[in-house]
Design a protein around this ligand. Structure first.
Ligand code: S3P
Length: 169
């Protein structure tokens, strides 16, 4: 069956919702960021720190290309994946793309709980969130399905996605 591809900003809940979706469907779970870290042998923060964002984007694109032909998998992507159209072409070919949407204040709240987000390590993370969202909004909204996630838990979001997909076991 087609993959379920989760996109959305940092803190939109892709990892948590992905885990729920995998549990509910029996699909495999694949975290693109984890694959990048495994291939590079270092953390996302280290990659940004040592090589910069462009190199990170190239590594991300290389990981996405490896996914061609994958099926029956929940794919949780990094928040910037939508900015390269080649990434989305690969992901769309074998998957339904779901955008987990959330308000900037929600994203700030969720991302402030952990520190492994080099792009938000700055004096004004809310300003940065707004700026990046403005750049990415159009690409995110090209998804096959948009789910608002404010005030919803991961299981509720996962169940909503499956209901809207008409999922039958
Ligand atoms: C990024 C999001 C991160 C990670 C990297 C860049 C982004 O993933 O890929 O720090 O550009 O939005 P999460 O969305 O899983 O935090």
């Amino acid at each position: 069956m087609k993959n379920i591809v989760l996109t959305g900003f940092m803190g939109s809940g892709k990892s948590a919702v992905g885990a729920e979706l995998a549990r509910l469907t029996g699909f495999s779970l694949l975290e693109v960021d984890d694959e990048i870290e495994r291939t590079a042998g270092m953390s996302i923060s280290e990659i940004f720190g040592r090589f910069g964002e462009e190199r990170f984007r190239d590594m991300e694109a290389a990981e996405i290309r490896k996914l061609a032909g994958t099926t029956d998998t929940v794919i949780s992507t990094g928040g910037g994946v939508v900015m390269r159209e080649d990434n989305m072409a690969v992901l769309r070919r074998d998957g339904v793309v779901v955008y987990l949407r959330a308000e900037p204040a929600t994203l700030l709240e969720r991302t402030s709980r952990d520190s492994d987000r080099p792009l938000l390590r700055c004096d004004d993370p809310l300003g940065r969130i707004n700026e990046l969202l403005a750049q990415r909004k159009e690409q995110y909204e090209k998804a096959d399905m948009i789910v608002d996630t404010d005030d919803k838990g991961p299981e509720g979001v996962a169940r909503e996605i499956l209901r809207r997909l008409g999922w039958k076991r």
